[in-house]
Design a protein around this ligand. Structure first.
Ligand SMILES: Cc1cc2nc3c(=O)[nH]c(=O)nc-3n(C[C@H](O)[C@H](O)[C@H](O)COP(=O)(O)OP(=O)(O)OC[C@H]3O[C@@H](n4cnc5c(N)ncnc54)[C@H](O)[C@@H]3O)c2cc1C
Length: 384
């Protein structure tokens, strides 16, 4: 298909945000939607490299409300979109190994319970009983919510792209946005490596690259790319089917079942911002050792695969939704390492904002771009 010369809206980025927004805008009846992805396939950015974790356990009301709206959309995905996304409600068990974190966990559980999420607060002994394969002598407390779990990211992106195409959205891979045409601070069109498109509306859903897209329009978008990496193991017969998504909070170290083995990740707190997506083998060794200290049976495990991807980090670890200083230039990005799970509702919210001028499903009006200039930052504690 040739690139059209005119569109009602151009969406940049074929990850979960762009795909979900394209589908939701088309479902609301917008015509002439164009979705552009620079890579040869959709979902090769942060979305395709993520751990697939989905959870209700957050420390701020807005993130919990986003999960309350978004996670049921994964449960309904097959009926609505026609694609199985393999939602596995194995539960997240987040472990505190110091009293400061344990006190914060208590406050988080209280907030989650008040908003209708039945998270349980666990003692250190309860953590040890639930995780007999793990060495958690230092566990002080834990939190557990059964409906947290994992979902397959690729199926979600391809589900939304396919459904959007069936509704008439024109989707392109291998097409890179290279410039934005403006006239008196209004969007007039875009330039790409394969031609220009006239449009009055542009949605920046470029994840870790969203700051670069902002620069093309002269809009400062404070999103930094920060490398994060993961490895998976060979099948481990001792890991039970119902092994939860475990987070050792103080070390930002996490584990969940991946096929018959484990997926293991850990955040390198010394990582500096940049677009490098190669695996840092030295840090992988540190990650492996930390993982073995928690799950001794990993000593005999083999690495099955490994990869790195980019978190899209904002100064307050919350996303940016809505308008920018340029008329017609919208943004939905900056999910700071936990955006996959909020992809379904975020695309819907952007369709509401673009077509109705307000967010109806969840009030995310405080997550506007202006909050950084105006010092209205919102802190999230539960980000690993
Ligand atoms: C290792 C790792 C683990 C993670 N684990 C989880 C998790 O367990 N749960 C969770 O919810 N989240 C997790 N995340 C975060 C999650 O992946 C992101 O928040 C989410 O996928 C962001 O989606 P997106 O659509 O905004 O960005 P992306 O998926 O990166 O999509 C943006 C797209 O824009 C494209 N693009 C960029 N520039 C251009 C251009 N000029 N022209 C055209 N296209 C362009 C890119 O190629 C990319 O495909 C993890 C992330 C990483 C890296």
């Amino acid at each position: 298909m040739n690139l059209p010369t005119i569109a009602d809206i151009v969406i940049i980025g074929g990850g979960v945000m762009g795909a979900s927004a394209a589908y939701h805008l088309a479902r609301r009846g917008l015509k002439n939607i164009v979705l552009l992805e620079k890579e040869p396939f959709f979902g090769q950015g942060a979305t395709g490299r993520c751990a697939g974790g989905v959870r209700y356990q957050f420390s701020t009301e807005v993130n919990i409300r986003l999960s309350l709206a978004s996670l049921p959309m994964f449960e309904r995905f097959k009926d609505e979109i026609g694609q199985d996304v393999n939602y596995r409600p194995c539960g997240y068990l987040i472990v505190a190994t110091n009293h400061k974190d344990a006190n914060t966990f208590l406050r988080n559980v209280d907030l989650q319970n008040r908003l209708g999420v039945p998270t349980q607060f666990l003692s250190g002994d309860e953590v040890r009983t639930r995780l007999p394969l793990m060495k958690f002598d230092d566990a002080v407390a834990g939190t557990f919510n059964q409906k947290d779990g994992t979902v397959d990211p690729n199926s979600v992106v391809m589900g939304y792209v396919g459904a959007a195409q069936r509704l008439g959205v024109k989707t392109f891979t291998g097409v890179e946005l290279t410039g934005i045409d403006l006239r008196r601070d209004k969007v007039e069109g875009v330039q790409t490596n394969t031609g220009g498109i006239k449009t009055r509306m542009l949605l920046n859903a470029a994840g870790p690259w969203a700051g670069q897209i902002g620069q093309m329009a002269g809009s400062r978008i404070p999103i930094l790319p920060v490398r994060r990496q993961i490895f998976t193991t060979n099948p481990l017969k001792d890991i039970p089917d119902d092994f939860p998504f475990v987070i050792d909070f103080a070390q930002s170290l996490y584990f969940h079942r991946e096929g018959e083995g484990l997926l293991v990740g850990m955040s390198n707190q010394k990582e500096t911002p940049g677009f490098d997506q190669s695996v840092d083998e030295n840090f992988e060794l540190i990650n492996f050792e930390a993982a073995i200290a928690r799950i001794p049976l990993l000593e005999t495990a083999r690495r099955a695969s490994h990869w790195a991807g980019l978190y899209e980090v904002t100064p307050d670890a919350h996303p940016i939704y809505g308008a920018t200083n340029i008329t017609g230039f919208y943004i939905c990005a900056g999910f700071s390492g936990h955006g996959f799970m909020h992809g379904p509702i975020s695309g819907k919210l952007m369709s509401e904002f673009i077509l109705d001028g307000k967010f109806s499903s969840v009030d995310v009006s405080m997550l506007d771009l202006n909050r950084f200039e105006e010092g209205r930052l919102i802190r999230e504690y539960n980000v690993v």
